[in-house]
Design a protein around this ligand. Structure first.
Ligand code: SF4
Ligand code: MG
Length: 328
């Protein structure tokens, strides 16, 4: 399978004044394959939106490399940068805030066509109508304003806007979190249909684990700026390896009683520590039910412990366990 995106040891730190630095994303590495949906999950503040915004260059990475279609994105300039800005699009969490209230829906959808000079006049209008139909709206909607639409319809408008420039890769940052539960499945099903028809690749950021399982081929779990586990979604839900993933999944009712081994609910102690002063060693250690001595001393390595199943935890590192034995 072809890699479309490679994220290599990316850091995004923010200076917040008085010499303090928020380590929002720290040493995150993963690949995204062409045509797949990679889900990213974790509690708010875990860095999942920050990594999405860094990938699409809304933020500049503090360190590390991001390759899109084999090119280092930080080096893109001129024509190549413009092409990147067309090929990668974003859908935002809040369809209320992300649509300009003073623009007609038609002009909102055509914004990318205008910027990239892809169509004008009748061709532009035809393209807008076609996009409206693609997302389940119709021509008469083009001349109305965003406030005249429901949340679900606005998210469809956001999707049409992203599709207008014929992208390959879409970052969807909690696209359904602000919608009524009854509308969420409709939007997700629309996204799946569009993916099949257009061969799109998705990075789907969410905190709802059951919806993520439904839409994603693979799922990455983030905690306090780190990716802690990444696997095929069925594998991740059946055999979580990282203690944080285990805890997250223990709280989720998976609607498949046949395969579900009823897991005991794991309640984590304490709160997520501050990303300004994260714990030494493993960042999860202050809340981990399985923490060992070495967890405070060494950062666990991000490694593939089974084919295509990545985890960052000392429990799966021979060397660490040997050292731990020595410690006792
Ligand atoms: Fe828990 Fe240690 Fe694994 Fe971190 S490295 S998740 S503290 S066992
Ligand atoms: Mg967010």
């Amino acid at each position: 399978v072809e890699k479309i995106l490679e994220v290599q040891q990316v850091k995004k730190h923010f200076n917040v004044g008085r010499g303090q630095v928020v380590q929002a994303v720290d040493n995150v590495s993963f690949d995204v394959y062409k045509g797949e949906t990679l889900g990213l999950v974790g509690e708010s503040g875990c860095g999942k939106s920050t990594i999405g915004r860094t990938i699409i260059r809304l933020y500049e990475a503090t360190d590390g490399n991001i390759n899109f279609k084999g090119k280092m994105t930080k080096d893109l300039k001129g024509k190549n940068l413009k092409q990147f800005n067309r090929e990668m699009q974003m859908i935002f969490q809040d369809p209320y805030a992300s649509l300009n209230p003073r623009m007609t829906v038609g002009d909102i959808i055509a914004e990318g066509l205008d910027i990239h000079e892809l169509a004008k006049g009748k061709e532009r209008r035809d393209k807008v109508v076609e996009l409206l139909k693609t997302v389940g709206l119709n021509e008469e909607h083009a001349d109305r304003f965003p406030h005249e639409f429901s949340g679900g319809q606005r998210q469809r408008i956001g999707i049409a806007r992203a599709l207008a420039v014929d992208p390959d890769f879409i970052i969807a940052d909690e696209p359904i979190s602000a919608l009524d539960v009854s509308i969420q499945a409709q939007v997700v099903n629309l996204m799946k249909k569009l993916q099949r028809e257009k061969g799109l690749t998705y990075l789907f950021i969410a905190h709802d684990l059951s919806m993520v399982k439904y839409i994603s081929d693979r799922v990455g779990v983030m905690y306090l700026g780190n990716m802690v586990e990444l696997a095929d979604s069925q594998e991740l839900y059946d055999n979580p390896l990282h203690p944080y993933t285990e805890a997250l999944l223990s709280a989720v009712p998976i609607p498949d009683p046949e395969t579900e081994k009823r897991k005991e609910r794991i309640i984590l102690k304490g709160d997520v520590p501050s990303p300004i002063d994260p714990p030494s060693g493993c960042r999860f250690r202050t809340r981990c039910p399985k923490a060992m001595g070495i967890c405070a001393q060494e950062i666990p390595t991000w490694q593939e412990v089974r084919p295509l199943h990545w985890v960052s935890c000392h429990l799966y590192q021979e060397e660490s366990l040997k050292k731990e034995e020595g410690v006792k």
